[in-house]
Unconditional design. Structure first.
Length: 689
């Protein structure tokens, strides 16, 4: 809005009539005491109802107090009574701005600017109107004309500052960051170290990952105690973006400590508490975060920011039901809330309710066009529902002179967020270079996966195996069915059946061994980085043998970036019948090992992982022996639709062939999303508002 109080005073004084002394009322208006001005001029009008000056000043007073419709009515009446009075036209135009009737204001300002092109008040009011309509290029051009009329006028300079801020924000939303930064730098020429401008520059630097520049902006804003608190909050966020979580928490603590000295300023105190709790989340100090949230709820009951913090707590601790409830509460009071709409979209995605996630991500964009986080969420959702084909090709060899070349193709074609069809084909050629025994096997299958809810899904496949060995050729059915559940928070339980043919080497392929595997997998996570995974498999075989297998792993997440996991594994295997001349089938096998795994795949073009385990294995009554296994891969995301990686692994753990076994595999994987968007993309886009 333009600030032309000086003009109003001139107008009022120029219209003094009938000898009334209105100096007191003018002073009230000049000092911003609009309530007193309203009463003063209301009293004048009771005695002199036709006093034009009193009416004009009364209209300004109530308009500036927020009674915009009454003000418009008063100036409409005055405009009718005095159609050629330009000052009344100016006040009428400004009353349209107070009433947020920007389209009508634009039309009217166009007319009065044509009438008097050199009227500073008219040109400045027109610029502010265009700014409110987000017509920033025209607004900037118009405010510059106002500054040509009155060079250096502070009101016009302030208007230009806010026009540039609005224009820069729009440009940054359109990812035109250089243009936005240029506008903000022009602001700093008019108002060196302007806090609003510096904070806007900092936000852009955060978006484009120029964290050192963002830090510089936040440091520059710290001109007084209150601004230094805001600066510390921003610096804490920058530290988080740079994955320096401990530093982020220290800065948030310092911000909160300073804010507590300004307890009368509830807004700055609450924002400091908010950043402090967020920093606790980043450092996985969930118990401390919950305590702080509970204390704040008692201090600031019903505050939507606390609902947002509680919802975030639910997201970090996998209590997605609570997050959905809290985000719904926020949206009940403010349907356009950014935190509410994007937050509930993420909560629905985490809960496995992808269509609801799409719906609220699109709602976020309807209120905040081109918002990058919402656009990224939609992009990530769509790529997860886009058909792909994946190839794995490998060469393996072991110390038993077995060599194999294998290749496999897998494809998934989602038909909806709940249902997808999948297919696979694999070919394996194996040879023992000492005995010259060769064999080949091929498998092809098709399957359906269906998600009943975010907590229950079913995976199925049915196919055919065809094998050609030294003395036999045969075909047989392969199948798999798995029921996946999430019975409780941070827990998963899978129950499955798989029918397969043994195809590790040529000799085993030749024996046509069918394996029926019945499995249970259970994983328990915690909010303090500890996890426990257990797998139990009972296998009945077509050669009248059976196997029991138990694998359990207790692990601890040491780091999140890159992911570093360490732990302890235990494995137990026993066979009903011992047939050591055919395959490794001990009456008891025990393995204990320690392991470490590092993984870096955090939105980088390059990614890698490396794991290694060292242990001891005990085969029946034989002396214990040392085991070692390692696996590593390195890959590259060439685009969102195409990824490739090379991998290699080694193990000397006893396996299907024998104790004293050493096995090596090297290969590569390719993954290509062969469509650009989901098959049901039209259904998704219908959710766009």
């Amino acid at each position: 809005m333009n600030k032309v109080l000086f003009l109003m005073l001139f107008l009022c004084i120029s219209h003094i009539s009938m000898g009334q002394d209105m100096k007191e009322g003018f002073n009230h208006l000049e000092n911003g005491a609009y309530d007193k001005a309203k009463v003063f001029f209301q009293n004048i009008l009771q005695e002199y109802p036709d006093n034009r000056t009193a009416k004009l000043c009364y209209g300004r007073a109530i308009g500036l107090l927020g009674e915009s419709k009454k003000a418009v009515a008063i100036f409409t009446e005055l405009k009718t009574m005095y159609p050629d009075d330009y000052e009344i036209k100016l006040n009428y135009a400004e009353s349209l701005l107070w009433d947020k009737n920007f389209n009508a204001a634009e039309t009217y300002y166009e007319r009065i600017v044509k009438e008097k092109p050199n009227s500073f008040a008219a040109v400045l009011g027109y610029a502010n109107t265009l700014s409110n309509l987000k017509k920033y290029p025209s607004a900037l051009e118009t405010v510059n004309k106002a500054l040509e009329i009155q060079v250096g006028n502070n009101n016009a300079l302030v208007s230009r500052k806010y026009i540039r801020l609005g224009y820069a924000f729009t440009l940054s939303q359109n990812k035109e960051y250089d243009k936005a930064l240029t506008l903000l730098d022009q602001n700093l020429e008019d108002f060196p170290d302007d806090k609003d401008t510096l904070l806007n520059k900092a936000n852009i630097y955060l978006v484009i990952n120029q964290y050192a520049d963002a830090e510089e902006m936040y440091y520059k804003t710290a001109k007084n105690r209150k601004d230094s608190i805001i600066s510390l909050q921003g610096l804490s966020l920058v530290a988080h973006k740079m994955h320096k979580e401990k530093k982020a928490l220290d800065l948030a603590k310092e911000s909160l400590k300073k804010a507590k000295t300004l307890e009368s300023d509830n807004e700055i105190l609450l924002s400091s508490y908010e950043r402090y709790v967020q920093a606790l989340f980043w450092n996985r100090k969930f118990k401390d975060a919950k305590t702080s949230i509970d204390e704040l709820k008692n201090k600031y009951p019903g505050n939507s920011k606390l609902s947002s913090l509680q919802a975030t707590y639910g997201m970090y601790t996998s209590d997605f039901g609570m997050s959905l409830d809290q985000y719904s509460t926020i949206l009940d009071s403010d349907k356009s809330s950014f935190d509410g709409n994007l937050g509930i979209a993420n909560a629905y995605r985490a809960s496995g309710l992808d269509m609801k996630a799409y719906e609220f991500a699109f709602k976020t964009l309807s209120y905040y066009p081109k918002q990058s986080d919402a656009e990224k969420l939609i992009s990530d959702l769509k790529i997860s529902h886009t058909p792909f084909v994946e190839n794995k090709t490998a060469f393996t060899f072991d110390n038993g002179d077995n060599e194999a070349i294998s290749t496999s193709f897998n494809t998934e074609i989602p038909l909806s967020t709940k249902l997808k069809i999948k297919g696979s084909y694999s070919f394996r050629s194996t040879e023992n270079t000492r005995t010259n025994i060769k064999a080949e096997s091929q498998e092809a299958s098709i399957g359906l996966d269906y998600k009943f809810s975010g907590k229950i899904s079913l995976k199925t496949s049915l196919g055919l195996n065809n094998s050609n060995a030294e003395t036999d050729s045969y075909s047989g059915i392969i199948a798999e069915v798995t029921l996946s559940t999430k019975p409780f928070k941070l827990q998963s339980l899978d129950i499955g059946y798989k029918r397969e043919f043994q195809n590790f080497n040529a000799d085993l392929i030749d024996r046509e061994i069918v394996m029926n595997n019945y499995s249970i997998n259970y994983n328990l996570g915690t909010n303090f980085n500890l996890g426990w995974y257990t797998q139990a498999i009972y296998t009945s075989q077509s050669d009248d043998n059976s196997r029991n297998l138990l694998f359990t792993s207790l692990y601890y997440n040491v780091l999140n970036r890159p992911v570093l996991k360490v732990g302890l594994n235990y494995q137990y295997i026993s066979f009903k019948n011992q047939v050591p001349t055919i395959y490794f089938s001990p009456s008891s096998f025990n393995l204990v090992e320690i392991f470490a795994e590092i993984l870096n795949n955090q939105n980088n073009d390059w990614f890698y992982s490396l794991s290694a385990a060292l242990g001891r294995q005990f085969v029946e009554e034989d002396p214990a022996s040392t085991t070692f296994r390692a696996e590593g891969k390195i890959g590259h995301h060439f685009s969102k639709r195409f990824t490739a990686n090379f991998y290699g692994k080694y193990s000397n753990i006893a396996s299907a062939t024998a104790a004293g076994f050493e096995f090596t595999e090297i290969g590569f994987r390719l993954k290509w999303y062969f469509l650009k968007k989901p098959i049901f993309n039209k259904k998704i886009e219908k959710l766009r508002l």
